[in-house]
Design a protein around this ligand. Structure first.
Ligand code: GLN
Length: 541
């Protein structure tokens, strides 16, 4: 029987509900339990794929090609899981299936209503995701803030779970803000009291409060929260800001949060809950005590919205963890490279990453960054659009194909070295129609890619419409562009690299999605290793 943990948020958004949920997943994993994690998003979009990164941050892609909320990335990284389509539930997806059933006549003439039909659909979607993974425990994060109109059907559905899951079968955790006010930054519990009252209005009584605050909770405040919110004192968990998100699970463990969850859910009949923290401690020690520091530039067009690059940022840090290096990030707006020289904006960086992207803006700036990294032998990793940029730059500046471009930017380019995938040509609908999810990639002997992975066949996640144009393959290869990874049939170029360069690799896929703090993705591990080597000579000076 799966047990269910529901995580809701109160007072304000962006208080770290995702990291809290992911940390709960980690704590369950530390106890050897089979865990799955589900994000419920009250927006009407069927998935996150059609949303602008400015609205929503990164679109996280799963193995099976679902375009999901970035919180799924945190779940995968913290609890070391591979999630799928079933782990992301939205108002759009729920109503989509209710309406499809209604049209099929499945409701046998009944009037279809929010309760019970929509709530049943939500509950079934949650159970389906848990069954799919044979989970001992499913952690379900409800997006939005308690009190939002959009969340109501979801809150009603999770309320109904309590009775159905039976005693010890479910747990309600409320993540809330304890703001500091006035000149002395006095912590206030009132917003939390109101938020819990709001939850109780819809019939949910939280079992545990996770209190986000800038300073520690006093004993008196714990008593007050316990009294007014009707939770046990041991269930008032303090959650202060920390330098690295990866510390959160260990801090929670020290507070007894993991044991409390295990106890409340009767996860162990007789023996006490034993958590194995070793693997995670290795991660946090590497972060806390780095042996060296390097600087890596991320050149993109959403640099003022870091959430748009969440998995890229994390994967770079994982590379740092694996090399015992602290990685400082330099954010370079690609459009700025169109007016200021790369030698100025990228001066002194030990590595350059051009992440995924779409459209025209900033493309010429990205090409400047690629050229600078190539010519100055700065380690370079291009991700998806970053591979496409590397190919265009090589075509223009090494192979002499003037005006080379991707047809995404210039339909009439004389040298369309990147063009639309044939299967994409007829596609008109935007939702879930890109080349998405896991595909195999065969690595050529004697290449950097083959060496980095240590395997001949790898699987990586994709999200794109354009690809390397095979008409230019021989010409560019003759000039020195190494095609080190292709689809097994050889038709699609998946990885390009350069010789005579410390590290210059572009991937048509997104390796960042499969990187974990405890298992850095090999390409990011090697990028930071090369960045450390790049930094070393200047240190010796
Ligand atoms: N815009 C490019 C394409 O669709 C790259 C996509 C990406 O970087 N994810 O092919």
């Amino acid at each position: 029987m799966t047990k269910y943990i529901f995580v809701t948020g109160g007072v304000v958004s962006s208080i770290g509900k995702g990291i809290t949920s992911a940390s709960i997943g980690r704590m369950l994993k530390n106890r050897g339990l089979r865990v799955t994690m589900i994000k419920v998003d009250p927006y009407v979009n069927v998935d996150a794929g059609t949303m602008n990164p400015y609205q929503h941050g990164e679109v996280f892609v799963t193995d099976d090609g679902a375009e999901t909320d970035l919180d799924l990335g945190n779940y995968e990284r913290f609890a070391d899981l591979s999630l799928n389509k079933l782990n992301s539930i939205t108002t759009g997806s729920v109503y989509g299936s209710v309406i499809a059933k209604e049209r099929r006549g499945d409701y046998l003439g009944r009037c279809v209503q929010v309760i019970p039909h929509v709530t049943d659909e939500i509950k079934e979607a949650i159970r389906r995701a848990a069954r799919d993974k044979g989970a001992d425990v499913a952690v379900i994060e409800v997006g939005g803030t308690v009190g939002d109109i959009e969340s109501l059907p979801f809150l009603e559905a999770i309320r109904q779970f309590k009775k159905e899951a039976g005693p010890g079968g479910s747990l309600y955790i409320h993540v809330t803000l304890i703001p500091g006010v006035g000149p002395w930054n006095e912590l206030k519990t009132k917003p939390t009291q109101h938020s819990v009252a709001k939850l109780r209005e819809v019939g949910i009584h939280p079992d545990i409060l996770v209190c986000r605050s800038k300073s520690p909770l006093s004993q008196e405040m714990r008593e007050k929260l316990s009294l007014f919110c009707d939770v046990d004192e041991e269930a008032v968990i303090e959650s202060m800001d920390v330098p690295s998100i990866y510390e959160v699970p260990l801090i929670f463990e020290r507070e007894g949060f993991g044991d409390l969850v295990a106890k409340r859910l009767y996860l162990y009949d007789s023996k006490p809950s034993v958590a194995d923290l070793q693997e995670w401690e290795r991660v946090t020690t590497a972060i806390a005590q780095p042996k060296r520091t390097v600087e890596v530039a991320i050149v993109g067009k959403y640099t003022d919205l870091r959430d748009a690059y969440m998995s890229v940022i994390e994967a770079i840090h994982h590379g740092g963890i694996a090399n015992l290096a602290k990685v400082n990030l330099r954010w370079v707006e690609s459009a700025d490279l169109e007016s200021k020289p790369a030698a100025e904006l990228l001066a002194g960086v030990n590595g350059v990453v051009v992440p995924g992207g779409f459209g025209e803006r900033g493309v010429e700036g990205k090409l400047e960054a690629v050229q600078y990294a190539r010519e100055n032998k700065i380690p370079y990793l291009g991700l998806c659009y970053g591979l496409q940029m590397a190919v265009i730059e090589f075509a223009r500046n090494v192979a002499g194909l003037e005006g080379a471009n991707t047809t995404e930017v210039d339909r009439d380019t004389p040298h369309p070295v990147i063009h639309i995938l044939p299967e994409q040509e007829q596609v008109e609908e935007k939702g879930a129609t890109m080349r998405l999810g896991l595909y195999p990639c065969r690595l050529a002997e004697g290449t950097v890619a083959r060496d980095v992975y240590g395997e001949a066949l790898v699987y990586e996640r994709h999200r794109h419409r354009f690809e390397f144009n095979n008409q230019y393959r021989d010409e560019l290869a003759a000039k020195g562009l190494v095609i080190s990874g292709t689809s097994p049939d050889g038709r699609l170029v998946e990885i390009v690299e350069l010789k005579d360069h410390p590290f210059f690799v572009g991937t048509q896929f997104h390796p960042e999605f499969r990187s974990r703090p405890n298992r850095a993705h090999p390409l990011f591990r090697r990028l930071i290793e090369a960045a450390c080597a790049n930094a070393a000579p200047s240190k010796r000076k």
